[in-house]
Design a protein around this ligand. Sequence first.
Ligand code: SF4
Length: 119
Amino acid sequence: MIRELTCISCPLGCQISVCIDNGNVASVTGNSCIRGERYARQEILDPRRTVTSTVKTEKSMSHRLPVKTVPEVPKDMIAAVMSEIHKIRVAPPVHINDVIARNIAGTGSDLVATDNLLR
Ligand code: SF4
């Protein structure tokens, strides 16, 4: 089976073909550098994404605080992460890069603030 991917590791956006045999990556072609091969293998074997969202605030002039997962979470855990994010409430002060939730949804990734919430 062949999967066609667009490498997102740099703006060149190489078109990569991945030959998959029995769930394993048999070959990667079309990439211009080793980063493309790494990206393709990761995307086929263990796809991950950064989840960006917002959490509700309380005792604050802002209604919501933007957050993201660090590092990326497994793609099939995104719904579980979003479910946890919906339950979270934060109050000031929060600083950019503060950890809002450790090991969110058991992914091993943390949820961190991407903005300040100072009042
Ligand atoms: S394969 Fe290399 S050159 Fe091509 S898009 Fe990916 S990182 Fe960029």
